[in-house]
Write a protein that binds this ligand. Structure first.
Ligand code: HEC
Ligand code: HEC
Length: 209
């Protein structure tokens, strides 16, 4: 009886171990598949304005995995209004399994984030007031909050932030069924009524280092 109990515990642990080994990303495998991504996001993962590709280096694994799965499933990047998301979608489709996505996220997340130049002209002080609402989810310095599913915004290119806020407002992102987290963000983007307010918030976020 006692032996059976020990055997039971051991196999339960073995199952948990196997499950974790599957779920955890292997950065070295991700590195090999990153050859596809390099052309747009750069060898350092810091993105490329000329190619409209955002910085992804140092972003949280849970957010990277979710976005890659959303692109694959057509929850993101499948709206005809979403020109740049549509360029990214076929790239996510090169990652055949959830494990390949986890491996990629592990590699990208481990890349060190570098500073980005500011490009958007806006009134950062006015943006700070508008950011009061945003900080409840994204954090006072844009560090993100896993428990609230809100990604890190600090260190991201300001032109990309502006584009995403406009996409959320227009329903090019966050309006597809199955996009539970995009749906939480959409009404927040709606609070930024004008182009000027959007630029101001982006200019404020750009002050986070
Ligand atoms: C042809 C250029 C191109 C290639 C190659 C490419 N991407 Fe992208 N990627 C983009 C663009 C453009 C966007 C921005 C889409 C948007 O505006 O919504 C993007 C967005 C993303 C995002 C979302 C970032 C965020 O903050 O939400 C992730 C993650 C990403 N790419 C990862 C990858 C990975 C991993 C690969 C390789 C498998 C890859 N990309 C290959 C162009 C590319
Ligand atoms: C209720 C919580 C919440 C609030 C408040 C909020 N957000 Fe978000 N935000 C989210 C979530 C969740 C996501 C991730 C959506 C997804 O998974 O596609 C997100 C995504 C984003 C993105 C896309 C980041 C990327 O890498 O593509 C931007 C930009 C953004 N938020 C800006 C803002 C701004 C600016 C405000 C304030 C006006 C704000 N958010 C307020 C929850 C929130």
């Amino acid at each position: 009886m006692k032996n059976l109990f020990v055997l039971g515990i051991t196999s339960a642990l073995a199952i948990i171990f196997v499950f974790n080994a599957h779920a955890a990303g292997d950065a070295s495998k991700g590195k090999a598949s990153y050859a596809v991504c390099l052309a747009c996001h750069g060898a350092d993962g810091m993105g490329n304005k000329a190619l409209n590709a955002p910085a992804i280096a140092g972003q949280s694994t849970w957010y990277l995995e979710r976005q890659l799965k959303n692109f694959k499933a057509g929850i993101r990047g499948a709206d005809p209004k979403d020109t740049y998301g549509m360029q990214m979608r076929p790239m996510a489709l090169t990652l055949p399994t959830d494990q390949a996505i986890a491996d990629m996220a592990a590699y990208v997340s481990a890349m060190p984030a570098k500073s980005v130049p500011s490009t958007v002209k806006g009134d950062a002080a006015a943006g700070k007031a508008a950011y009061m609402l945003c900080q409840s989810c994204h954090g006072p310095a844009g560090g993100g909050n896993k428990a609230l599913n809100a990604p890190r915004l600090s260190g991201q290119h300001d032109w990309y932030l502006v584009r995403q806020i406009k996409n959320f407002k227009a329903g090019a992102r966050g309006a597809k069924s199955g996009d539970a987290y995009g749906a939480q963000m959409r009404p927040m983007a709606m609070t930024l009524a004008t182009e000027e307010t959007i630029n101001n918030v982006a200019a404020y976020i750009a002050t986070f280092k």
